[in-house]
Design a protein around this ligand. Structure first.
Ligand code: AMP
Length: 193
């Protein structure tokens, strides 16, 4: 399967996040999966790419041309395939289209945006791909609390909690990705309860 990994571009993060993301990437590659990602060479994008490389997996980077032109970010220099797009939107669309599943590792604004986009599209049944959130050292506990709070207050329907898995266990993440169970609820149930 082609696994799209969304994750931090920032290089100023604790090395535990780097190590755990590399390990997960390696594990996924050893299971025969390939990587689709934002093409960044730093932070957890770089870590995911190194992990997939160590596990012998293919690596597809998708990055807007202006990142290169404006030297915004170091680009991963060992991608099997590097695709340049014009815009951020085009890049996200390409990553989503090429992926069979999404794995969200710790990240900042870009990662949150990517997670919520694929989650929103799944809620609307525009795709049925698995979404796993890798909760390294509880990084996403606050996200989960915010989601639970919104559910309790009726802003998000209960079934939406089934649209993604939050876990700190790499094996559980691999299992979810490979099980590919689909949505199992109508848009009506997911949007209106
Ligand atoms: P962030 O979580 O804000 O560090 O953003 C990282 C996520 O957004 C990645 O999954 C990328 O797809 C995209 N992204 C944002 N900034 C960059 C960057 N400097 N280089 C490559 N991708 C980026």
């Amino acid at each position: 399967m082609r696994i799209c990994v969304f994750g931090a571009a920032s290089p100023t993060i604790d090395k535990i996040y780097i190590e755990k993301t590399e390990e997960l990437g390696k594990l996924l590659a050893e299971r025969g999966h390939s990587l689709v990602f934002g093409g960044g060479g730093n932070g957890l994008m770089g870590a995911a790419a190194r992990g997939f490389k160590a596990g012998g997996g293919e690596i597809v980077g998708v990055i807007p041309k202006f990142f290169d032109d404006e030297e915004i970010e170091a680009i991963c220099d060992f991608c099997t395939e590097l695709v340049f797009t014009e815009t951020m939107r085009e890049r996200k669309q390409m990553m989503e289209d090429r992926a069979d599943a999404f794995v969200v590792v710790p990240g900042g604004i870009g990662t949150y945006e990517e997670f919520f986009e694929v989650l929103t599209l799944k809620q609307l049944r525009r795709h049925e791909k698995p979404i796993a959130v890798y909760n390294v050292r509880g990084y996403y506990n606050e996200l989960q609390s915010a989601m639970n709070g919104a559910m309790e207050k009726g802003f998000i329907q209960r079934h939406c909690s089934e649209l993604y898995l939050l876990s700190d266990d790499p094996e559980e993440i691999v299992k979810l990705v490979e099980a590919n169970v689909g949505v199992g609820h109508s848009v009506k149930e997911l949007k209106r309860g």
